[in-house]
Write a protein that binds this ligand. Structure first.
Ligand code: NAD
Ligand code: GLY
Length: 388
């Protein structure tokens, strides 16, 4: 098992990564002397598979859990669902010493974390991420929130969990499209911070796609270590933490414009990262060969690397970016890559360059013998990515 510390002074916590951890949820909560009453907030898919194990583990350690189930998918990150959770917490008499367990993917983590941050002016919560994306990214760092029609995550808070429990066994039931979407965040860590991780992903992607336990645990741990380091230096994103948004400026706008849920977050940011790499080539001299390597690694996974937009769709995308909180005073700021493993945040990009790159044909990914995912990428592109 890997145990990684997120160093935040009195709000420090650990991320445990390993197998058969879900059944230890109760013990972990007991170790931290969490209150007796708790709510396990989860979604319908996860409840059916892991709800009982989580609840029984808590009961066995003397806790009194209530299971709250929300619909699966991005649309659950809504004010309506927050209100429904508040009502259920109140109905079951959860009070200030009670706590929330977020059992599920990033949607559940963001929603349940926001509920915990605001119910009774803030109660404890723990993250039990069950998607790859949530294990390497969303469960760590305390960003919680919900969406508005105007944009992703427009209402939220920084609110750290008391601990994070990543049971890799839960990934066995994760649908392949969701698993691939999680790999988009893993690739991001290589590009923004760790060239060795990136090179490893270029080589070891087939093993990761097979969910090989050793490869998976070490890669998840490395990503959590990188995220913990960044968050430890800049918890509330006054600077450095922005590097974690590599690929997200276009990615979030694509999610909003296509209608939440049609394009998975990981798919949107795969397109966004290749787009940011292309902007980096134009503005920072990022080598064309490395743009191709970036595109190739996403293609190996079977993720989309490009989206074709007509002028009306491009205008909608710009509108969504204007609403995005990363856009200020009419300037679109991007995280750009200087070289693989090193990025610069807060880079102002002229709108006409964004337009030009959006209108450009797809990158011809560097050819590799392992690009088996490329066809899958194109089929994903044809289906949901034309769904504006
Ligand atoms: P998700 O939470 O929607 O989960 C994806 C799907 O997988 C859902 O249908 C879910 O029911 C199902 N599922 C989850 N675990 C499963 C399992 N073990 N077996 C079978 N099915 C399972 O999606 P996600 O990709 O985990 O998260 C995306 C969300 O995370 C987005 O809203 C994004 O904005 C957010 N996010 C937040 C942060 C952050 O720092 N807070 C970072 C990145 C992404
Ligand atoms: N996923 C972006 C962040 O946590 O800051």
């Amino acid at each position: 098992m890997y145990v990684i510390k997120v160093p935040l002074g009195v709000r420090s916590y650990t991320i445990s990564i390993g197998n058969q951890l879900l059944a230890r949820l109760g013990q972990e909560c007991k170790r931290l002397y969490l209150g007796q009453h708790c709510a396990v907030i989860t979604d319908r898919n996860v409840a059916a598979r892991y709800g009982e194990v989580a609840v029984e583990s808590l009961k066995a350690c003397g806790f009194e859990p209530t299971l709250i189930t929300v619909p699966a998918g991005e649309t659950a990150k809504s004010l309506k669902m927050v209100a429904s959770c508040y009502d259920q917490l109140a109905e079951h008499r959860l009070e200030r010493k009670s706590f929330v367990v977020a059992l599920g993917g990033g949607v559940v983590g963001d929603l349940a974390g926001f509920v915990a941050a605001t119910y009774s002016r803030g109660i404890d919560f723990v993250q039990v991420p069950t998607t790859l994306l949530a294990q390497v990214d969303s469960s760590v760092g305390g960003k919680v929130g919900i969406n508005l029609k105007a944009g992703k995550n427009l209402v939220g808070a920084f609110y750290q969990p008391r601990f994070v429990l990543c049971d890799l066994d839960t990934l066995e039931t994760l649908p392949v499209r969701e698993y691939r979407a999680g790999l988009a965040e893993i690739i991001k860590y290589g590009i923004i911070h760790d060239v060795e991780l990136f090179k490893r992903l270029e080589q070891a992607m087939p093993k990761l796609l097979q969910r090989d336990p050793d490869t998976l645990s070490s890669v998840v741990a490395r990503c959590c270590q990188i995220k913990a380091g960044v968050v430890g230096q800049d918890e509330t994103e006054s600077g450095l933490r922005a590097i974690l948004n590599f690929g997200h400026t276009i990615g979030h706008a694509l999610e909003a414009v296509s209608g939440y849920g049609k394009l998975l977050h990981g798919e949107a940011i795969a397109i966004g990262q290749v787009f940011a790499a292309r902007l980096s080539a134009e503005l920072l001299g990022f080598p064309a060969r490395d743009v191709e390597r970036v595109a190739a690694v996403f293609e190996k996974v079977g993720l989309p690397t490009h989206i074709k937009l007509n002028p009306a769709q491009r205008e909608k995308l710009f509108e969504a970016m204007r609403h995005d909180k990363k856009v200020s005073e009419g300037v679109i700021r991007f995280v750009l890559v200087n070289k693989i493993g090193q990025v610069s945040f807060g880079q102002a990009v002229p709108l006409d360059l964004v337009e030009k790159v959006l209108a450009a044909p797809p990158v011809q990914a560097a050819s590799t013998e392992q690009s088996a995912g490329a066809n899958a990428a194109h089929s994903v592109l044809r289906a949901p990515h034309s769904a504006f």
